[in-house]
Write a protein that binds this ligand. Structure first.
Ligand code: AKG
Length: 259
C-alpha cells in the first residue's frame, strides 16, 4: 500500500507535486536577469518564437551555462533524490515563457522525447526500443522506451507567479502510471478525469513525471510566466547513446560518459 503522506510516494501516485519556496528571492532575481539578457541576445538556433516573440529556449545550458549549477542546489536535490536516487543526472534544460507577445497553449500530451548524443549525428544507431528520431535546435532527440521515461522527473522552477489567468500547467493526476497513451486513450482520460491547475507562487517548483498527461492554456489576462524546466534521469542510456547533457546531482564533472 503506497502511503500518501511522503513527498516521494505522492509523486509516485499522482505524478506531480507543487513545492513552494524552492528558489530564494535573490535566486529568482538572478535567473530572471540571466534569462532576459539571454532572450534579448541569443541566436535563433535554440529560440522558439511565436510571431517574433520568444516563447521557449531549448538547450538552455548552451545558452546560459551557469544554470548547470541548478543541480547543486540543496533545495533541488531534495526534490530529485527521493524519486530518482542520489545518482540522478540533470539531462535537459528549457525555458518556457508566456507573455503578452507570446501567448501560447498546448493540448494534452506526454513528454516522450529526450535529447541524446550519438557517435555519428548523421546516422541514428539501431538501439532496440529507441525511436522515432528527430532533431530540435540542432540536437538529436529520440523517444526512448517507456522504462526510461518512467525513471525521469521534470523540475519546473517558477520565476513568476502562476495564476489561473496566466496559462498554468494543467495535469491529469495518475495518468503517468499507464505508460505511453494512444490518442484515443488520451482523449478518454481528458473526458473522464478532472484536470488540476498547478497554481503556484514565484520561487515554487512543480515536479512532474514526463509521462503525466499535461496541457497548457493561453493566458486569459496576459502576464509574464517564465518557467525554468529541467529534466532529470535516474540512469545512463544504453551504449552507444548518451544523454545530450549529463550533469550529476550535486555537480561535478559534466563530461559525457562516452567521451
Ligand atoms: O509550460 C507549460 O505550461 C507547458 C509545458 C509543456 O508543454 C511541456 O513541458 O511539455
Amino acid at each position: 500500500m503506497i502511503r500518501r503522506d511522503s513527498y516521494g510516494d505522492r509523486v509516485e501516485l499522482e505524478g506531480y507535486a507543487i513545492i513552494p519556496g524552492v528558489l530564494s528571492v535573490a535566486e529568482v532575481e538572478r535567473w530572471r536577469a540571466e534569462v532576459d539578457s539571454a532572450s534579448a541576445t541569443m541566436t535563433d538556433v535554440d529560440a522558439v518564437r511565436d510571431r517574433g516573440s520568444l516563447y521557449a529556449i531549448r538547450n538552455l545550458f548552451d545558452v546560459i551555462p551557469a544554470l548547470r549549477t541548478i543541480a547543486t542546489l540543496p533545495a533541488v536535490r531534495q526534490l530529485v533524490e527521493p524519486v530518482l536516487g542520489p545518482k540522478a543526472l540533470l539531462v535537459k534544460g528549457m525555458l518556457f515563457d508566456k507573455s503578452d507577445g507570446a501567448n501560447w497553449g498546448v493540448f494534452w500530451h506526454q513528454d516522450l522525447s529526450v535529447p541524446v548524443r550519438i557517435p555519428d549525428p548523421k546516422r541514428h544507431p539501431d538501439v532496440p526500443g529507441f525511436g522515432p528520431w528527430t532533431r530540435k535546435g540542432g540536437v538529436v532527440c529520440v523517444q526512448p522506451p517507456v522504462t526510461v521515461l518512467e525513471r525521469m522527473l521534470a523540475v519546473r522552477l517558477h520565476l513568476d507567479p502562476c495564476t489561473a489567468d496566466n496559462g498554468p500547467l494543467r495535469v491529469l493526476a495518475g495518468s503517468h502510471r499507464h505508460a505511453r497513451l494512444s490518442d484515443a486513450a488520451t482523449a478518454e482520460w481528458t473526458r473522464t478525469h478532472q484536470p488540476i491547475e498547478c497554481l503556484c507562487d514565484v520561487g515554487a517548483a512543480i515536479v512532474m513525471r514526463p509521462l503525466l498527461l499535461h496541457s497548457s492554456p493561453k493566458c486569459t489576462v496576459p502576464a509574464r510566466r517564465r518557467v525554468l524546466h529541467f529534466e532529470f534521469a535516474a540512469d545512463d542510456l544504453p551504449s552507444p547513446l548518451d544523454w545530450h547533457e549529463r550533469i550529476p546531482l550535486g555537480g561535478g564533472v559534466a563530461a559525457g560518459r562516452n567521451g
